[in-house]
Design a protein around this ligand. Structure first.
Ligand SMILES: *Cc1c(COP(=O)(O)O)cnc(C)c1O
Length: 393
């Protein structure tokens, strides 16, 4: 092995600090197709920590569309969309999304992280004000920072706090951004009321539907459509409920035109492969079909059953959502409890800083349409046992 030249950067002590605080992370290895059962680090366990909410990541129709497109278009796109990486698959996926979201146009990004960076840096600069929920995702926070706009953070879901922030004057543009279903808490933003506030203050509204796409609203358009809110920009991912990868932005034709021309996270990156677009398109076709309705109602049924079971086991804030945070507090205790669950055959990930604020660590349980009632019973039994065993830690 090559000897690393010694520089006085002291990476080792930085890692040691992470370990001290129980903030050190490693990457568990997943083999095979992750479904309600996941093979993690060589063991099959019950999966309650996946964003594959509708079980589409292993859907035979999607796998078939994927492999057929690989044979037709090759493995990779070979360039950015603006050079030679654009294919009919990308266009068809975007047309489908615009039609589904009832917007003029849509644009697909390599990931949700890139999409949020692209939206925020294209629409705002140092002359502008961005109003952001305090629990917004890291990709939104990074987009805000990169935009150089003034950032005004409002209290989580708090309309008064958002309204106060919106009252500030002297900016070229004001833009309010929120998640619809919050990724670490499973609670829902009051989108209709926020959209009225934005209307009142002539602010752009951007909604991140990462965890709602495919799940809420008629044919799974998301929480905006369920609540009747029409934001200026709707963003969502294709790697969570849709089970593939990538993300979309849907809105007006001029919004999309501007993103194509100015979003650096769109321009300066190789397009995802045409096969990824084909697979995502197939996933969306399933999401809007009667099968999608069936999967959504199975998921909703599971949410209701799990709420009942967990309510008996431990008191927790119940948002009746497929994302169920079970608050623990300290990072080290959370990670020990997650490990204890895994040892008993249940994969439920511990979430800690910097994904959530320090001292607010939790087990984040996520449900799938594919979970059986026995799966839910087994999971709640294990959680109860682990909470009892760690009650006085
Ligand atoms: C996962 C997530 C993203 C990022 O999407 P990726 O496609 O995984 O990069 C953005 N916003 C929210 C709220 C998310 O949960």
């Amino acid at each position: 092995m090559l000897k690393t030249p010694s520089k006085n950067w002291d990476l080792f002590s930085e890692i040691a600090t992470l370990k001290d605080k129980s903030h050190y992370r490693r990457m568990p290895e997943v083999s095979g197709i992750p479904g309600r059962i996941i093979n993690i680090d060589g063991r099959n366990v019950l999966n309650f920590s996946s964003n594959n909410y509708l079980g589409l990541a292993g859907h035979p129709q999607i796998l078939e569309a994927f492999s057929k497109a690989v044979r037709t278009y090759g493995a990779g796109s070979t360039a950015s969309r603006l050079i030679a990486g654009n294919s009919p698959c990308h266009r068809q996926l975007e047309e489908f999304i615009a039609n589904w979201k009832k917007t003029e146009a849509a644009l697909v990004f390599g990931s949700g992280y890139q999409a949020n960076l692209g939206i925020l840096t294209t629409l705002t600069n140092r002359e502008d004000l961005v109003i952001s929920d305090e629990l917004n995702h890291a990709s939104i926070i990074d987009g805000c920072r990169l935009s150089k706009a003034k950032i005004s953070v409002y209290r989580h879901l708090d309309l008064n706090s958002a309204s106060d922030a919106l009252k500030q004057e002297g900016f070229r543009r004001k833009l309010l951004i929120t998640e619809s279903v919050f990724s670490m808490d499973g609670d829902h933003a009051p989108l209709k009321e926020l959209s009225n506030l934005c209307m009142e203050h002539d602010a752009f509204m951007v909604v991140d539907e990462a965890h709602a796409t495919g799940i809420y609203g008629p044919s799974g358009q998301g929480l905006c459509s369920k609540l009747g809110a029409i934001p200026d920009v709707q963003m969502g991912t294709l790697g969570k409920a849709a089970g593939v990868s990538g993300a979309y932005v849907a809105g007006s034709r001029s919004l999309i035109d501007l993103l194509v021309n100015k979003a650096r996270s769109f321009i300066f990156t190789t397009a995802h492969s045409p096969a990824v677009s084909e697979a995502a398109l197939e996933a969306l076709k399933i999401i809007v079909s009667p099968e999608g309705d069936r999967r959504r109602s199975m998921l909703i049924g599971n949410v209701r059953r799990m709420d009942e079971m967990l309510q008996r086991v431990l008191p927790h804030r119940n948002f009746s959502c497929h994302i169920k945070p079970i608050h623990v507090g300290p990072s080290d205790l959370t990670m020990r409890m997650s490990k204890a669950c895994l040892e008993q055959g249940l994969f439920v990930h511990g979430i800690r800083f910097p994904s959530v604020r320090e001292g607010a660590a939790r087990l984040r349980l996520t449900l799938m349409s594919d979970h059986t009632t026995e799966d839910l019973q087994k999971a709640s039994r294990i959680i109860e046992a682990v909470f009892t065993a760690h009650a006085n830690c």
